[in-house]
Ligand binder design. Structure first.
Ligand code: GLP
Length: 251
């Protein structure tokens, strides 16, 4: 594992975008898994800036979102599809047919999970998966207790996760109960993983994920087993990590 600690959110965003950009330049047909949430917003902003400056090209890249809510229309403002359109897909030259996300209103959710998993397999698997982490240790929507061997599946969202989204939806009762998410095995099959963690409220869970026991109770702890993991954290998020393996990153 490579742990890079930067001073603040701005630097984290720039460093994350730089890492993704470097991979895209090396391999224009890169296959990415991409997260939503507040944490990656700065990275997307920076990637869009690099694209606008002519330094980056998404025209051969293939993107898969990690997850999507079930039961709201794809054009609902809080759907992850809308988020991606706002922050990346609509801002760069990614081809629409290469922007993948599970459907939020599938006729058969189980079939949609199989289709998504098969699509990832057919393109040859994920090169780089960028992840955030939930305060309860979830990655994508793999909530505590999800088996490490899980593939793309329908997930029941935990009360904690739904509460964290309540403001965005205008009340807890409006937050979807379920989502489709890549499974832990789907994510762990990525050839490289970049975990982004920002803010003091994530410090406790980051320490549990990286330095606690590997257990399905902390889904992100599975990442300890990944052979090519980079963790990019700001100082606040890294404040509860102990030991000497911390490399200070770009300042
Ligand atoms: C959501 C997403 C995750 C994300 C997490 C943390 O539940 N499904 O992919 O990592 O929230 O979000 P934030 O970055 O807003 O803290």
């Amino acid at each position: 594992m490579k742990l890079i600690v930067v001073d603040d959110y701005e630097r984290l965003s720039r460093e994350a975008a730089r890492l993704v950009a470097r991979r895209l330049l090396e391999r224009p047909d890169l296959i990415l898994a991409l997260p939503t949430g507040d944490t990656p917003l700065g990275m997307y902003r920076e990637l869009v800036r690099l694209f606008r400056e002519g330094l980056l090209d998404f025209s051969s890249a293939i993107c898969f979102n990690l997850d999507e809510y079930l039961g709201i229309p794809p054009d609902h403002p809080e759907s992850f599809a809308s988020y991606m359109r706002r922050h990346l897909w609509g801002q760069v030259d990614l081809r629409p047919e290469n922007a993948h996300i599970p459907h939020s209103l599938p006729r058969d959710p189980e079939a949609e999970c199989r289709r998504y998993e098969e699509l990832i397999r057919r393109v040859g698997g994920i090169d780089l998966a960028v992840l955030g982490i939930g305060e309860n240790g979830h990655i994508a929507f793999n909530e505590p207790g999800t088996p490490f061997e899980s593939l793309t599946h329908v997930a029941e969202l935990s009360e904690d996760t739904r509460k964290a989204e309540a403001d965005r939806f205008g009340g807890l009762e409006r937050v979807p109960q379920r989502a489709i998410t890549m499974g832990i095995r789907t994510i762990m099959s990525a050839r490289q993983i970049l975990l982004l963690v920002s803010g003091e409220e994530k410090a406790k869970v980051l320490a549990r994920a990286l330095q606690g026991p590997v257990t399905p109770e902390v889904p992100a702890s599975a990442l300890q087993l990944h052979p090519n993991l980079t963790v990019l954290a700001d100082a606040a998020a890294a404040s509860r990590l102990t030991g000497s393996r911390i490399s200070r990153g770009a300042r």
